[in-house]
Ligand binder design. Structure first.
Ligand SMILES: Cc1cc2nc3c(=O)[nH]c(=O)nc-3n(C[C@H](O)[C@H](O)[C@H](O)COP(=O)(O)O)c2cc1C
Length: 365
């Protein structure tokens, strides 16, 4: 079933294997994706769908140095080369729009980050001046919230103009959208805070506005229910996500992409509430330990488990870094190469475009 075709809105996917979004910090200081990005993504084009690394929709929304953006013509032109390369290789690609909100730093972009409330995340962020503690973001007024929704829309429009097949809203891992969902980052007393419905409102308004602009069947949403990454703390995960998914469902989105951050009870509630396409990243997700020994990678047995539990599409992250031909290796049960953690964020081509396809010679070495 993993290797069956799948109809995703107007798109025919060649299989149900999705490359999960992965930040690789290879863009220029101005957020222009590197030329090697075209080869990196084209090498992985046998995936049914590729979701790009997180892309900043504005300078202020940039979470780390060397993360690419989609807010000016130069960035858009560079992305066009990447989508052309993927399409030329027979693949499909969505752009992940990642607004950092409070996950960012003036040292990165010269601007004060915005957030749901004026609460700094615990921890540090990587900047060109080394690791620095997170700063307290500006609590947005309702007008400023509207401005940020417009920022998402503008990036989505640029993504479509750059040839992406659709976009994914990053509502997971502690970035701006989840900052509205989580109890400890949203202290608001207006219609964006307090009740589950109010906390969900920002996510729903962004999804609606972007859908109005580019078509709901081109818009996916990624969520990490109960996930702690980015200093998140959602006290009633099941209630919150039942409400959120109940509000997202009628929009008719392309898909819902869920990380395996919650219990099966919550996951069942999600499946129950969601009538559209469900994509699951079947990884053991303690993202604080991302990449460390012992943390489980999304793999074939867990993909099968999730397909049996009602998922339609399965995303794989780290194995796609080190196995450009992951689809073939999974299909033929060939050995999988392990990724080199030290080159995830190192910049340059090493550990980026030099992982070989499977061959009997590599398998023996
Ligand atoms: C190097 C790296 C960068 C990542 N960047 C992103 C990102 O930009 N957006 C996102 O939603 N998730 C990101 N993730 C999380 C992955 O999409 C995925 O959920 C995680 O790696 C677990 O899946 P896996 O076991 O298949 O790797 C990243 C993970 C890694 C390893």
């Amino acid at each position: 079933m993993l290797f069956d075709t799948f109809k995703l809105g107007a798109l025919e996917l060649q299989n149900r294997i999705v490359m999960a979004p992965m930040t690789r910090v290879r863009a220029t200081a101005c957020g222009v994706p590197s030329a090697s990005g075209a080869l990196y993504y084209a090498q992985r084009a046998t995936a049914g769908l590729i979701i790009s690394e997180g892309i900043a929709p504005s300078l202020q929304g940039q979470s780390e140095p060397n993360v690419p953006g989609l807010y000016n013509d130069e960035q858009q032109a560079a992305w066009t080369k990447i989508t052309d390369a993927v399409h030329g290789a027979g693949g499909r690609i969505y752009a992940q729009i990642m607004h950092g909100g409070r996950i960012g730093h003036p040292e990165i972009h010269g601007l004060q980050p915005v957030g749901a409330s004026a609460v700094a995340a615990q921890g540090t962020v990587y900047t060109s001046g080394g690791r620095l503690p997170f700063v307290t973001p500006v609590e947005m007024t309702v007008d400023q919230i509207e401005d940020q929704i417009a920022v998402f829309v503008s990036a989505a429009e640029r993504a479509m103009a750059a040839g992406f097949d659709g976009i994914e809203l990053h509502g997971a891992n502690g970035y701006l959208i989840q900052q509205f969902l989580s109890d400890n980052s949203n202290m608001r007393t207006d219609r964006y805070g307090g009740s589950h419905e109010n906390r969900a409102r920002f996510a729903v308004e962004v999804a609606t506005a972007v859908s109005d602009a580019i078509g709901a069947d081109r818009v996916g949403v990624r969520l990490s229910p109960g996930g702690k990454f980015g200093d998140m703390n959602e006290s009633d995960t099941e209630g919150l996500y039942r409400t959120l998914i109940g509000m997202l469902d009628p929009i008719g989105l392309s898909y819902l992409h869920v990380l395996e951050t919650a219990s099966d009870v919550v996951n069942d509630a999600i499946r129950d509430k969601w009538n559209g396409t469900l994509m699951v990243n079947p990884s053991f997700v303690d993202l604080k330990q991302m990449g460390t020994v012992g943390a489980r990678f999304a793999d074939k047995p867990n993909a099968a488990r999730w397909l049996a539990r009602g998922a339609d599409l399965i995303s794989f992250g780290r194995y796609f870094i080190s196995n450009p031909d992951l689809v073939r290796r999974l299909r033929e049960d060939l050995e999988l190469a392990d990724p080199d953690l030290s080159t995830y964020y190192s910049g340059g081509d090493e550990g980026y475009i030099d992982y070989p396809e499977w061959s009997p010679v590599n398998a023996e070495s």
